[in-house]
Design a binder for this molecule. Structure first.
Ligand code: IPD
Ligand code: CA
Ligand code: CA
Ligand code: CA
Length: 277
């Protein structure tokens, strides 16, 4: 649709800059936002490019962006939720696994999402009710039910942030019963890979809306189930996410959700966004 075209054009334009910067990563200026949490001028530049492109196409719509925050538009129904560079740590280490993530919300509901990996040229996109795609190929979550054959993805909350200790327990449980666990470092692509059936499920805590807004609709439109770690429908509210195919969603929640927490830890389990923690 027209919105998807606008999102793809903005992502492609920013991607050209990111690919250039990725080629000379040692030239970038890097600053520290918190323990293990970095940002560079490549992130900033990509964000400016995306904002300018989206604003040119839809002058009245609002923004929620990782580096520049919220910017309410004249039309308060629509909001772009943007991570200009998801996977900054990979990027700065020369690891070619990162993405641009753009979600579109209408009255609080995600109605479209685009996740672009500029290195592999995989463009993941979805629109409400229209299905999910990578380039022109339709996406479908995996059909696997057997836990011992299933491959999961996760992310590790930044050191010192809520959820770090709980993560270690969750990962141990999943590793004990599954075929394996991956920590690839890019939440938007973890969700895209889940939508594509490469991962059978994904969970993480301490995330922000820009990490997951686009990925959520990819998984849902590919037939998967997405909630927060407690099973609530809106992961943007708590910053925890659990995405999987339908049969494995409940199984994964048993392993990493509140039921799996020891009673003492349950009271203080992190389910708040990292910004408040
Ligand atoms: C990070 C990535 C990572 C996830 C972190 C995010 P950034 O985003 O999505 O996979 O584990 O929680 O903050 O900072 O590279 O855009
Ligand atoms: Ca960041
Ligand atoms: Ca991110
Ligand atoms: Ca980012």
């Amino acid at each position: 649709s027209a919105n998807i075209n606008v999102m793809v054009a903005a992502a492609n334009k920013a991607a050209r800059g990111l690919v250039r910067d990725f080629g000379e990563v040692e030239q970038l200026q890097v600053s520290v936002k918190g323990p293990g949490d970095f940002v560079s001028n490549a992130d900033m530049k990509a964000e400016r490019v995306i904002k300018a492109e989206l604003k040119k196409a839809r002058p009245d719509w609002g923004f929620l962006m990782e580096e520049s925050g919220a910017d309410e538009g004249r039309d308060s129904r629509f909001r772009w939720i943007v991570d200009p560079l998801d996977g900054t740590t990979n990027f700065l280490h020369g690891i070619p696994h990162f993405a641009i993530s753009i979600g579109l919300e209408r009255e609080g509901e995600i109605i479209a999402g685009v996740v672009l990996n500029p290195i592999t040229d995989e463009l993941y996109w979805a629109e409400k009710g229209q299905g999910a795609f990578v380039n022109d190929r339709r996406l479908r979550v995996s059909a696997r039910r057997d836990l011992s054959a299933s491959l999961f993805a996760t992310g590790i909350p930044f050191k010192g942030r809520p959820g770090h200790a709980a993560f270690l327990r969750q990962a141990a449980q999943v590793m004990a019963v599954s075929a394996g666990l991956r920590r690839m470092g890019v939440a938007s692509l973890d969700l895209a890979f889940t939508a594509a059936g490469r991962f059978d499920g994904f969970w993480e805590s301490g995330l922000h809306p820009w990490d997951i807004a686009a990925g959520i609709i990819l998984v849902r439109e590919a037939g998967g189930n997405v909630t927060d770690l407690k099973g609530n429908a809106d992961p943007l509210k708590t910053g925890t996410i659990l995405a999987a195919n339908q049969p494995l969603h409940a199984t994964l929640m048993d392993l990493v959700g509140p039921k799996a927490e020891p009673p003492a830890a349950r009271a203080q389990t992190a389910d708040t966004p990292a910004s408040t923690g």
